[in-house]
Structures are given as C-alpha cells and as structure tokens.
Ligand binder design. Structure first.
Ligand code: AMP
Length: 446
C-alpha cells in the first residue's frame, strides 16, 4: 500500500516524499480514506503511531479541494490539543505536509502574548491548532469566528480530560456549527472519553490500531529496584555504564526535575529540565537544544513533556513512576516511534509498588526486573504482576508453641492483593474519573 493508493493528491505526496514517509502506518491506512470520505472518526491510537499525519493529510486535502475561501477571523479546520508543546509539534508537522498547498495554518496556545495571535487571525486561517483555554479566550474577544468551521479534531482527548479541560471543551462545542466533521483521537478509551465521543461524534468509524491500553511493543521495558534516596546515584551509574547519549527522563514533580538537573549539572553532565513553572520560551529552547543533541539529558514532568516528538530517541528513563498509570504509556511512547526500537527503564522504590502494579495491570505485562549490583534496595519492592496483585514475601512460619499443649496457629504467609499493602503515596488508581462537561476545577493549565 502507498499514500497514492489511499487517494492523496500530488502536492501532499511530494511533501511526504521529502519527509521520507514511504508506507502509510496502520492508523494512516485506515484514517485517511475515511476522513476523505467525510466520516467522523473515533481512533484509539497512541502517540508514535503516525496519528498526526493520519488526520492532518486528509484534512489538508479536503481544505485544499473544497469549501469557500476563508474569511476574516474565521477558521475552517480546528485541531484541539492538550498542551503548548503538542500544539507546536502538530503545527510543525502540518506545516511540512502543507508545504505545497496554498493554505494558511497557525497554532495558538496560552503562556504567550495573545495580541500577535489576534493580529494573525484577522485575515483568517484555514487550519488552526489550539489549546482549549486560549482558543476560548480568542473566541470571547471576537478574534475568532466558527461560522466557516467544517472539521474539528480532538487530539489526545484523554489528556485533555486529564488536564481538566472538560468545561472548556463543552463551551467550545456549544459555539461550533452542528454540521461538521469530527475526529477524536485518544491513547486510551475510558468511560469519560466514550461519553465525550457520544456527544460530539456522528456515526463514527472506530479505529483501533493497537490493543487497548497496551504500550508500544517496539519498546523494550524493564525496571531496576532501588531505595528512593539512591535514585540519583543509580541514574548516574546506569548512564555511565550504558554510555547513554540522549535520554529523556521523567520526574514526578517540578522540584524533582530541578533537583535532578542540578545534581547532574553539578557532576558536569549536560542536562536541562522542563516543567510548567518555566516560561514557554525557556521550555521551547531546552526542547530545541535537546532535539539538536546539544543537551544530553532532558528531565521533564509529564505535562511539559506531552507531545515531544524526537526522532530516533533511543531511551526513556522513568526516574519516578507516574501517578497516573496511563502516563506510563505516553512517556514510553517517546521512544520506539514509527517502528523504531527503543528502551524504557524505570527506577522503582518501595514507595512506588502500587504505581508499578497499576502500570502492569494497565499494560497487561509484568515488567522485567533487573537488579543492579551495589544498588539492591534495603527496602524491598514487593513482587507485582499484571493481575494487579502485590505479593508480600511469605513470612517464615512461626514455631508452634509447645507449652500449654494447644499449639500456636501457624502463619504460612499469604498472598495479598494491593489493597492490603500499605498504600504508596499518593494513593493511585489506574484510571481516574474526570467528569465530562462539568465545571470541576482545572488541575493544571498547559
Ligand atoms: P505521531 O504518532 O503522529 O506523533 O508520529 C510519530 C512519528 O512518526 C513522527 O516523527 C512522524 O514524523 C513519523 N511518521 C508518521 N508517519 C510516518 C510514515 N508513514 N513513515 C515514516 N514516519 C512516519
């Protein structure tokens, strides 16, 4: 199968040739003809599957071939994404695909001045990539009209709900024309996403390119157990031993990112960090330098790293496990992209056993454990498996009491489920419930 047989027009084929895309990925093979035919789409496709081109190529084709010219402050196709980084990344991909087409594309997101965005929108754009909050701001200030909107894409819809954007999505939804094509992409399909899909989509075609909630099989995944306080030391040890060249590292908190970067820089290691407290320009610069291999180790929180697309990234390290198990899939989706092989290593301490168990249950696999000599933890990480059970080491049977003739009860040890183990902090559930279209508080703005 080729892109030509999927019905793409010549200007797009030329762009793809320049980019070196030879064969459509499975999500592209299914999505492109369906979108060209005007269908709504509900696609379970995780990052790294080529989903961006899956929706962007046919969308650009439809915009180029049909519909009226865009008028002032109008937009013909809208792509909603959860974070600024993803907005930049999706727009950059679209810019490349649309290289040979006379279309105006643009990206808007928060954290930067709104005025230049308002100026740019004055003459209208054919395709706009946007984060929900900034899009609403622009709409409310009359910088944007949706009267010409023909297509809406929700990219990484699960993440948008995770970040508390359900209210913004509801408001945007109300402002859009009822007659439109809607495409929904999500790495995972919780009940909330299905509810959202039910409200927004019309007789959608369902596409599932990888088994639900299963991490990319091209990524070799393993864990090293270690005491919490020795994680930085272990990281440096593994880095030197493995001669790591370019690593994306995930830490749980903003402070955690700063502390690790400081530690690495103190050792003369070329490291930088990105998280939500840093200005957008600083984040982008760190990212660009990492992509250009000018920075060897990039440490990031989940939100900041959302949407990072670095070609041939060989290794992702989870310095801390994610609080939300689904983030594990997003994190390791940074490596092993588009068929390349990658490696994902997680440093796991005893506190994180329930997080580990949730990840194994979600991804339906038991992560291979590899002990690092001299780093064996004093606080043992109980065994876990994909069933969600956490196995405490069977206790040694107590000696039966001899006195009194009655004999003591023998404790033969037991298998316990995760509920019986002292909960890791903070307590976790594999999939959190975020009400769809309600007014719950936003957790974090990208
Ligand atoms: P995505 O899942 O959309 O983030 O894409 C993951 C990566 O795969 C990006 O770097 C794309 O440029 C690349 N890619 C997407 N489609 C193809 C293709 N058909 N052939 C080669 N690379 C691709």
């Amino acid at each position: 199968m080729t892109f030509a047989t999927l019905g793409l027009i010549e200007p797009l084929l030329r762009s793809l040739e320049t980019l070196g895309y030879q064969t459509p990925t499975p999500v592209q093979a299914q999505a492109i003809p369906a979108v060209l035919a005007g269908r709504d789409l509900m696609a379970a496709a995780q990052t790294g599957t080529g989903k961006t081109a899956g929706f962007a190529l046919p969308l650009l084709q439809l915009l180029a071939m049909e519909g009226p010219k865009v008028t002032a402050n109008s937009v013909r196709a809208l792509i909603l994404v959860p974070t600024r980084e993803l907005a930049e990344q999706v727009h950059e991909a679209i810019r490349q695909y649309a290289e040979n087409l006379p279309l105006r594309t643009y990206a808007v997101y928060g954290g930067v001045s709104i005025n230049p965005q308002m100026m740019k929108l004055r003459s209208g754009v054919d395709l706009l990539v946007a984060t929900p909050g900034r899009l609403l701001d622009l709409f409310r200030q009359n910088a944007l009209k949706f009267n010409q909107l023909q297509t809406l894409v929700l990219d990484e819809a699960d993440r948008m709900l995770d970040l508390g954007f359900s209210e913004e999505l509801a408001n945007i939804y109300r402002a859009l024309p009822k007659k439109r094509q809607t495409l929904l992409f999500s790495a995972t399909f919780s009940d909330d996403i299905r509810l959202l899909a039910g409200q927004m989509l019309n007789d959608p075609l369902s596409i599932e390119v990888s088994p639900r909630n299963v991490a990319a099989s091209t990524v070799k995944q393993w864990i090293v157990t270690v005491d919490k306080k020795r994680k930085p030391e272990l990281f440096v040890h593994l880095m030197r031993k493995g001669k790591w060249k370019q690593v994306l590292v995930f830490a749980k908190t903003r402070n955690g990112v700063d502390a690790l970067v400081e530690k690495l820089q103190g050792l003369g290691i070329n490291a930088d960090g990105i998280h939500g407290d840093k200005p957008q320009a600083t984040r982008q610069r760190a990212l660009d330098r990492f992509k250009a291999s000018e920075v060897q180790i990039l440490v990031a929180t989940d939100v900041a790293a959302r949407g990072l697309d670095i070609e041939d990234l060989p290794l992702v390290v989870n310095f801390d496990l994610p609080i939300v198990a689904e983030d594990y899939i997003h994190r390791i989706g940074r490596t092993g992209r588009a068929g390349a092989t990658g490696e994902a290593i997680s440093l796991v301490c005893a506190d994180e056993v329930n997080l580990l168990s949730a990840i194994e249950m979600l991804t339906r696999q038991t992560l291979k454990r590899q002990n690092e000599p001299d780093f064996e933890p004093e606080h043992r990480v109980p065994d876990t498996d994909a069933s969600g059970q956490v196995m405490k080491k069977p206790k040694k049977p107590k000696k039966p009491k001899v006195s009194g003739g009655g004999g003591g009860k023998r404790n033969l040890g037991k298998w316990v489920d995760s509920g019986e183990v002292a909960p890791a902090e903070p307590s976790i559930k594999p999939v959190r419930k975020v009400p769809v279209f309600n007014t719950g508080p936003r957790k974090r703005k990208p």
